[in-house]
Design a protein around this ligand. Structure first.
Ligand code: FAD
Length: 821
């Protein structure tokens, strides 16, 4: 009976913790449980008395705020203040800049799936769709990737003119200023389609629509600046670029040494107050052709001409290209993807004060302006271009793996190639769902700081994996560059995507979890703010409130993680769907595990967690894969749960869940404190690590989906450029694929007859003639085989060149001089 009492109280406590009951509710429920058992008279009075006393000893002080504050909260607060990480002004700005959406639910351990279900699955407006089917389709048909990348090292003049005429550079500029005023979804669709044909053109279009003069002016420009510049930018009369990075300031962008001094000087014949700037920027996209150069620099006012601080901080100015002292025009060559990119330097460049974006009121606010806008561009540009590239790689590699035969079999039937094909399909599904979800967040008015970092990192990393697999499957055909090669430039371009907009190692290690944890956590940021309050009384009261809510939250997540681990997620509240319920259950389980492990890490490591990049990167991986899985489930539901797509969803989902398990395992196995290691292992993996990577049967099923035209394959690759008329190699392959498949039985018939000695001949032509003579094939069948053979010959062909054709480039001057010396 004593056991009954203890078990009842344990069950009550677990249930309260699992459902996140408050301290008061737990106290009341426990007291009621003890009273009920006492009334039954079944429990010996001594046991009852001991349990009641122990319970009262815990519950009463905890429910007395003044006692609690003095004996628990105050000492803890003192310790907490010592561990508090230093948050620099720039980090604080970054933390304040974004909003928290679905990732907050995943981070907090109890995702409300109804929120995801009710999130709209946005589509394009009629006007946006018309733009995609009209100018974008036409543009894609104009692009010749080989000429752009090898012969011209630039878009041709017609393409530049077309882009300007149709306002491709003004997609994010509101209509009232002459731009297209597109939604994030439309912006995504345009970049996706262009990047499926030509990465150089996609980068050229992406940059003016991402962080730079256009976006900064829309958000912060003075009315005068907006009225002057935005229509000109929208029409392409001004080509913008934005210079933040310099030789010594890369990832650590706030360390820019570039500066401007407030002073008076003569400008356009008048004596005006302005800024004399010195700057040295590199890697600046569009700089060689830019007419309007955005520059980030530190602004100083040593003579107090503005009447405020001497060091005003990072500021942003618009400098016309023709300003005296500005030096642009030379070009970098980013891995054979010659989009316009180069250095920008300025010596004694004088601009009036109204060159500051937002005017003098926003002097010193540059870093805040940049981080506020960064998340929006990062949520769209690279995730969308990666999606376009990955979809095209999936389409082309599937077709090629069916068309290319070795050992008398389509190479896509070999298990080794199947593994690559399944990864391509699964990653393409995930990338697309992820980029759609972050674009949706932007359209819903969020500033998705953490999702944009997740999308930037994972979309580009998945694209890297896909293009690597695609190259492997294509063998030599992928390696030999030329007009027939549709993969090589994508392969070369991936490190560029990995590097820009926050290099990936730093994005993974520092930004996703580092910022995500503080931003998404329901209490940590508030606790940090409370701990810094000036008034001691107010500080302890506010901190106490948060601390006990936080303790309840941690207990809830520990219990949920354990219970969901023991029950394989069965107790989680998830949508009741036969096909997908188990997926939601797994996500609920690992969401609780992430919340619990993150809390333990933050509590025990405090400010040191910032340096423990292994831990934060792995926890960031868990958050990212939970987010990606949610995006995939949303996509599956919104597309009407197509049964034929289920294998790809299953592959991508299990692949992600397996990665979650690996990440959590590595966090736990490497946790600095060994007692906590044991506790974490028990709570997170009570039955051990049971998740498995996608199995061979599933891999086979998914790989085969890429080899045959189908609705699933169309859905997977929807949004890439395809045209019935163009003779681009991928289009040609797509058109040939059905015929190649139809010819396969005939090829088998021919081979069988040859093997059995029913027909003979040395060359293929002789064998076919013999097959017709011996009625193995009809003449019509022989014609089909001949036509398909011709198509296949064209598809597997690669380019060759005269030596002169390969010597198109002139050696850069500086290297030439060195060699001469
Ligand atoms: C083709 C191209 C186009 C670009 N366009 C522009 C543009 O238009 N405007 C502009 O201002 N900039 C632009 N950039 C600059 C780009 O944003 C920077 O290259 C990027 O920020 C990284 O800086 P870095 O190259 O100096 O690398 P570094 O900062 O030297 O970094 C090197 C490596 O160290 C890692 N690292 C650094 N700090 C940390 C950390 N704390 N934790 C973990 N890892 C870390 C990085 O992830 C990276 O892997 C462009 C760059 C390229 C290559």
């Amino acid at each position: 009976m004593t056991w009954l009492l203890l078990l009842t109280l344990l069950a009550i406590s677990l249930a309260c913790a699992f459902y996140g009951a408050t301290l008061l509710v737990w106290t009341g429920t426990m007291a009621a449980g003890i009273a009920l058992l006492a009334l039954t008279g079944a429990v010996p009075w001594l046991s009852l008395a001991i349990v009641t006393l122990v319970f009262a000893a815990i519950a009463v002080p905890l429910n007395m705020p003044s006692w609690r504050r003095q004996w628990i909260t105050a000492p803890f607060l003192a310790q907490f203040r010592r561990m508090l990480p230093d948050i620099s002004e720039t980090e604080q700005v970054a933390l304040d800049a974004g909003t928290v959406g679905w990732e907050g639910e995943l981070f907090a351990g109890r995702p409300d799936w109804n929120l995801l279900k009710n999130q709209p699955y946005l589509d394009l407006t009629v006007e946006e769709q018309a733009f995609l089917d009209g100018p974008v389709q036409e543009l894609c048909g104009m692009l010749n990737g080989w000429e752009i990348t090898h012969r011209d090292a630039d878009l041709n003049p017609e393409t530049w003119a077309f882009l300007k005429k149709h306002r491709f550079f003004g997609m994010i500029i509101p209509k009232e200023y002459g731009g297209l005023g597109f939604s994030a979804m439309a912006h995504r669709a345009v970049l996706q389609k262009i990047s499926s044909v030509c990465v150089v053109t996609a980068s050229t279009v992406a940059v003016p629509n991402s962080l730079g003069p256009g976006e900064l002016l829309v958000h912060y420009g003075t009315e005068e600046q907006k009225n002057h510049f935005l229509p000109r930018l929208a029409r392409g009369e001004e080509i913008p670029c934005f210079g933040l990075t310099g030789p010594t300031a890369g990832s650590d962008a706030t360390s820019i040494p570039d500066y401007g001094i407030v002073c008076r000087a003569e400008y356009k014949g008048k004596d005006v107050l302005g800024i004399r700037m010195q700057f040295d920027k590199r890697y600046i996209t569009l700089a060689p052709v830019a007419t309007l150069i955005g520059i980030a620099f530190r602004l100083y006012d040593p003579d107090g001409l503005l009447g405020g601080a001497k060091d005003l901080g990072i500021s942003l100015a618009l400098v016309p290209r023709d300003t005296k002292g500005v030096e642009v025009g030379r070009r970098h060559m980013p891995l054979n993807l010659p989009f316009q990119n180069g250095p920008v330097r300025g010596t004694d460049v004088f601009v009036p004060l109204d060159a500051l974006i937002g005017g003098i009121e926003l002097a010193g606010q540059g870093w805040r302006m940049l981080v506020e806008c960064l998340s929006v561009g990062r949520a769209i540009s690279l995730p969308s271009t990666s999606t376009g590239g990955t979809k095209m790689a999936a389409l082309a590699t599937g077709a090629y793996a069916r068309i290319r035969k070795q050992f008398n079999m389509p190479i896509g039937r070999f298990e080794g190639v199947e593994a690559a094909l399944a990864r391509i399909a699964g990653n393409a599904y995930a990338t697309s769902a992820l980029s759609r979800m972050t674009a949706t967040a932007v359209d819903l008015g969020e500033k998705p700081a953490v999702p944009s970092a997740i999308a930037k990192y994972h979309a580009t990393e998945m694209a890297r994996e896909i293009v690597r697999d695609a190259m492997d499957v294509h063998g030599g055909k992928g390696v030999i560059l030329g007009p027939r090669n549709y993969l090589g430039r994508g392969w070369q371009g991936i490190p560029v995507s990995i590097t820009v907009e926050g290099a990936n190692i730093m994005t993974r290690n520092l930004m996703i979890f580092g910022q995500g944890a503080i931003r998404c956590h329901p209490y940590v940021l508030k606790e940090m703010q409370a701990a810094r309050l000036e008034n001691p009384q107010e500080r302890v009261e506010r901190f106490d409130e948060l601390l006990f809510a936080h303790v309840g939250y941690s207990i809830r997540n520990a219990v949920r993680s354990l219970v969901l681990g023991l029950s394989f997620g069965k107790f989680a509240m998830v949508p009741h769907d036969r096909k997908t319920a188990k997926y939601y259950q797994k996500l609920s389980r690992y969401s609780a595990a992430l919340a619990f492990v993150s809390d333990v890490a933050m509590l025990t490591l405090g400010g040191k967690l910032k340096q423990k990049e292994h831990i934060s990167a792995r926890l960031g991986d868990v958050l990212s894969h939970l987010y990606i899985c949610s995006a995939m489930l949303k996509r599956f539901e919104a597309q009407g749960r197509p049964a034929a797509d289920q294998a790809i969803l299953a592959w991508a989902f299990h692949n992600a869940i397996y990665k979650i398990q690996v990440a959590l395992r590595l966090v736990i196995d490497n946790f600095p404190n060994r007692y906590l290691r044991g506790l974490l292992r028990f709570v997170v993996f009570p039955f051990g690590r049971r998740e498995k990577a996608p199995g061979d049967r599933l891999t086979h099923k998914v790989a085969q989906l890429l080899l045959v035209p189908s609705d699933t394959r169309d859905r997977l690759t929807r949004g890439v450029y395809l045209s019935a008329t163009s003779n681009h190699p991928i289009q040609f392959m797509e058109r040939s694929l059905p015929e190649v498949i139809r010819a396969e039985p005939l090829e088998r018939k021919l081979l069988k007859a040859l093997k059995h000695g029913d027909i003979g001949g040395i060359t293929w032509e002789e064998q076919v003639r013999d097959a017709i003579d011996k009625s193995v094939l009809t003449r019509h069948e022989a014609d089909i085989l001949a036509r398909v053979r011709e198509m296949v010959t064209e598809i597997i062909a690669v380019d060759d060149f005269d030596v002169e054709e390969l010597r198109l480039g002139r050696q850069p001057q500086r290297i030439g001089k060195q060699h001469a010396a």
